[in-house]
Design a protein around this ligand. Structure first.
Ligand code: HEC
Ligand code: HEC
Length: 230
């Protein structure tokens, strides 16, 4: 009897008990990712020093931010997003022509096996504390001439001081933005540009006083440069 019972449990586990599987993934993420990434918004109540000590970008609002398909593939094959890491002052040195990224000081991101990447992405997509910010968004993706968008991103709004809109073109203290459209949800892109502090009180991105339609044009430029060509 005892033997049969344990077989039954084993079969149930193999078939996957939905609740249990989800709890396990939450535990795996906590254990394998929580050492570097915040998974709750508690950092918002800490002092600004928290930002300098941060090992990784917060994941507590992952479900309001990322494209699930991108998460699944990136977790299996992670590439660098922030050219100078999470805290650029720690990875940038003076060079004869300005700042130089000390790439050797940047660690590779751990990769996750395919099956786990899928489960972890499912779990991360449930972390949605900012549904209200997304719901308040009025952005409807549109288009803009690339040259106009570039001028806006550079000369007019100064985004290129911190962000790259093409490989090796632009600043290094923020995430690369020529991949933003495949990584991020359109409503997040717009809401974050409009008010980065609403997402993260310790963000290093300044809140520019940009009108909604100008924010939408910037988002459209990220679409134009980042959309996969059919
Ligand atoms: C040793 C620390 C460390 C561990 C452990 C770690 N990460 Fe990361 N993670 C980072 C750093 C640093 C970055 C920023 C990389 C970049 O921008 O180039 C990052 C970036 C990310 C991003 C992109 C975030 C964004 O806002 O652009 C995701 C998603 C992510 N990690 C998920 C995970 C998951 C899931 C795990 C657990 C399986 C994990 N990470 C484990 C350090 C870590
Ligand atoms: C002073 C540097 C700076 C400027 C100027 C700046 N940003 Fe940022 N931006 C950042 C940093 C740094 C982050 C990542 C958040 C962090 O690390 O605190 C970020 C994040 C973002 C994100 C989210 C990307 C992601 O992968 O998480 C978007 C979208 C963005 N910025 C767009 C813009 C646009 C558009 C402009 C121009 C209006 C702009 N930024 C100006 C530094 C800057």
């Amino acid at each position: 009897m005892k033997h049969l019972f344990s077989l039954g449990v084993a079969a149930m586990l193999a078939a996957g008990v939905p609740g249990a599987a989800k709890a396990d993934t939450a535990g795996d993420v906590q254990q394998q990712c929580g050492t570097c990434h915040a998974l709750t918004h508690d950092y918002a109540t800490l002092g600004i020093q928290e930002r300098a000590e941060r090992k990784a970008p917060p994941l507590d609002f992952a479900g309001n931010k990322f494209q699930r398909a991108w998460l699944v593939s990136w977790l299996q094959n992670p590439t660098r997003i922030r050219p100078a890491g999470v805290f650029p002052p720690a990875h940038v040195k003076d060079g004869p022509n300005g700042d130089v990224v000390d790439a050797a000081s940047l660690a590779e991101h751990p990769a996750v096996p395919a099956a786990q990447a899928d489960a972890m992405a499912d779990y991360l997509m449930t972390l949605k504390p900012f549904d209200d910010l997304i719901k308040a968004e009025t952005y409807q993706p549109g288009t803009i001439a690339k040259s106009m968008g570039k001028m806006n991103f550079g000369k007019f709004k100064g985004c290129d001081a911190c962000h790259q809109d093409a490989p090796n073109s632009g600043g290094v203290s923020g995430p690369e933005l020529y991949t933003a459209w495949i990584r991020l949800q359109p409503a997040f892109i717009s809401a974050y540009i409009a008010n980065p502090l609403a997402w993260d009180p310790h963000t290093l991105m300044p809140k520019g006083d940009i009108k909604a339609d100008a924010v939408h044009k910037l988002a459209d430029y990220l679409k134009v440069i980042g959309e996969k060509q059919p």
